[in-house]
Design a protein around this ligand. Sequence first.
Ligand code: IPM
Ligand code: MN
Length: 396
Amino acid sequence: MTAYRLTVLPGDGTGREVVAEALRVITVFEENSPSSFDITEIPCGGQYYLETGEEWPAGSFEHCRDNSDAILLGAIGWPDARLPNGDMAGGQTILGLRSGLKLFANVRPVKLYRGVPHKVHGIHQQIWNPDLVDMVMIRENTEGLYHSLLRRMEQKAKGEKDSPIIIDEFPGLDGEVAWDPRPISRKGSERVIKFAFDFARHRQRKMGAPQTVTCVDKSNVTRGCRLFRSIFDEISEENPDIGTNKAYIDAFTMWLMRDPEDLDVVVLPNMFGDIATDLASVLQGGMGMAASANLGPKHMLFEPVHGSSPKYAGLNVVNPIATLQSVQMMFEALAYRNEDENLDMCADILQTAIQQHFEEGGCVTYDLGGSASTSEVGQAIADRCEKMLREQFAMA
Ligand code: IPM
Ligand code: MN
């Protein structure tokens, strides 16, 4: 069996520390299962830019495009690391890849594990219905309010000329105006909304429970959202086996906090998805628990949602679970796309290890009320995986 080609992009700050834990766990799977990985690590991000004057080495975009079955990213973003035009340094990596590899669906599960305290009321799920928080947010990832920055970053990543920042005069406004157009296209909306319905059907089969897709937008105010909503209505008619809900983003934020049990799969335009997923993370124990997959027709990139947390960088204290859960999603997606039963078993084992770790009161980092280090949690998960892998594959 050929090895999966993984490109690992540790990036900035704590991204490097959590990626080290991902590599620790991947090594355990490599050594104790039939799956193997051919790993290329590429430095990148705002810190790398401050040190070298470039966001990543030349040829990195092409490597991700042409020589990677999956990409694992730590975090991008560092205070004061800005390009001469003011854009964030490191954006080529995260935004250039999202746009350049057409990673149109940003899949962000929001699930509260038994044993993890809820961030708002602090109550553990042992005394709270464990089914209350189990949803997947699907954020459109290539257009909307991010469109012009995504395009600039894609051009840079491909070595093409930067388009100028659009600063214009607007009728009815005085003086200097900076604006970000928010285009929403039929094609872009169709592909992500179809993906959301397919995803709901997949969950329906897997969980044996009926699923709904909730469309979140601001179609009472913006034209782009009106198009998004009308395409949602069209596609929902083609999928009568899946239930639907609709909400405006403002009311949705309240609904999300108040009645998360109503939500299964949620589909949102880019910026609303960015904001709503950070908010939703409080339902699952915080950003240290929030994993994601950026999926396109050919490529996929996995990353924790939390960012580089400069305040905690270098201290070995942040929660590695969001990254390990992203590795779990990577195993699952690679197994699915390659019809690889062994890797699918590995995905199940990593999922079980994470769940049991919390259920059995395993060590946790400060954000979950513990005092364990990043590497202690990583090692604990790696040890659990190793034990299960030995039983599963009975390798020496
Ligand atoms: C995220 C991040 C990124 C985004 C930043 C780092 C550009 O916040 O993945 O949610 O805004 O999409
Ligand atoms: Mn974000």
